[in-house]
Design a protein around this ligand. Structure first.
Ligand code: F6P
Length: 370
């Protein structure tokens, strides 16, 4: 393998730079030339290649975002567009591509390296590295960026909890996670929230409003004033808009507690938005990005393709879809097609992992409100 290109694609995630750095250093140590592609598949189509060497990746471990830039590129779903991309890669004599991103990015990689689509064109091997703050990719325990995002949410909620406690207030904090409530569930546990709302629970608008009103009423009866604040973490994927939720909950709370001073009972809303995606990567995300990229590049140079490097995968990963990496006992190399199929099941609530996540959280939540 003489030339390896690296791109970061989709939503940026803290720790992507650790992966770019490790891929560059490990690839160069193995004798390959390394090219970075700026702005993901969009940059590939615009021929935005840069050479990468040790100087270019020095000091990037502690930077959030991605030094290569990223983009979402809808046109990559079309074969003629991918044909153009393959021609550009061939012109740069690229033999292998490392794609660092989420499920959309891995789907793009799969089509790009599809032997049927390549036909008699220049062969191309690809390996994916999972990166998405949502932790919505299956067959990997963690994707790059999740840990930092969770820490950011916890830090923000700890701050909000100061005001909530001082004023006996109820806060609904909305966190990212397009189709997946993982961040809401896990950060709720770490924060000691009173309720987490996530799409996997499949609750109706009425259920959600009633659940919040019950939680507020229960918590407000606590004897100690310090325990009377209410923190609710809502995943953005829950279909009810947060402003509408506030209106519905406030109306019901006023009806339930007619004697309460309105300002003392109404909820406050904080939408954390893209704050959750940015910032200095945690030590774990730096480690994860480095180790997954190390496995990805070594596997690529050993002739592997169509695979994703995975981290300590859940028990549902078996030898028929992946093998433990010979380079790192915590990493597996998993068939990308299997990853995408399992991810679809996870996001549609069909997999045992999806059921386990929601079930385990519901059990914990019952205990939270005791
Ligand atoms: O997939 C990561 C993510 O941050 C989601 O949590 C969120 O819904 C989405 O990206 C936002 O994407 P964009 O920054 O393109 O609006």
């Amino acid at each position: 393998m003489k030339r390896i290109a690296i791109l970061t694609s989709g939503g940026d995630a803290p720790g992507m730079n650790a992966a770019v750095r490790a891929a560059t250093l490990v690839g160069r140590a193995g004798g390959a030339e390394i090219l970075g592609i700026e702005r993901g598949y969009r940059g590939l189509l615009e021929d935005a290649f840069v050479e990468l060497g040790p100087n270019d990746v020095a000091g990037v471990l502690r930077e959030g975002g991605t030094i290569l830039g990223s983009a979402r590129c809808k046109e990559f779903h079309e074969k003629p567009v991918r044909d153009r991309a393959r021609a550009i890669l061939a012109r740069h004599a690229v033999d292998g591509l490392i794609v660092i991103g989420g499920n959309g990015s891995l789907a793009g990689a799969l089509h790009l390296a599809d032997p049927e689509e390549i036909g008699s064109g220049r062969p191309l091997n690809i390996i994916g590295v999972p990166a998405s703050i949502d932790n919505d990719l299956a067959l990997t325990g963690f994707s790059i960026g999740v840990d930092t995002a969770m820490n950011t949410i916890v830090e923000a909620c700890d701050k909000i909890a100061d005001t909530a406690t001082a004023h006996d207030r109820t806060f609904i904090v909305e966190v990212m996670g397009r189709d997946c409530g993982y961040l809401a569930m896990t950060s709720a546990i770490a924060v000691g929230a009173d309720l987490a709302l996530f799409p996997e629970a499949g609750k109706t608008e009425d259920d959600i409003v009633n659940q919040i009103v019950e939680a507020v009423t229960t918590v407000r009866k606590r004897p100690s004033r310090r325990g009377r604040r209410v923190i609710i973490i809502k995943a953005e994927g829950v279909a009810v808009q947060v402003d509408r939720l506030k209106q519905l909950v406030d109306a019901k709370l006023h009806a339930r507690h007619p004697d309460a001073e309105p300002a003392s009972i109404e909820t406050r809303v904080t939408v954390l938005g893209h704050v959750v995606r940015g910032g200095r990567p945690s030590a774990f995300d730096r480690l994860l990005g480095s180790r997954l990229a190390n496995v990805a590049v070594r596997s690529l140079m050993a002739g592997q393709s169509y695979k994703m490097a995975a981290w300590m995968p859940p028990v549902e990963l078996t030898e028929d879809v992946g093998q433990r990496s010979p380079y790192d006992p915590y990493c597996w190399l998993v068939d990308i097609k299997a990853v995408l199929a399992a991810t679809d099941d996870l996001l549609k609530g069909r997999s045992s992992l999806a059921r386990w996540r929601a079930g385990a959280f519901n059990d914990i939540e019952d205990a939270l409100l005791l």
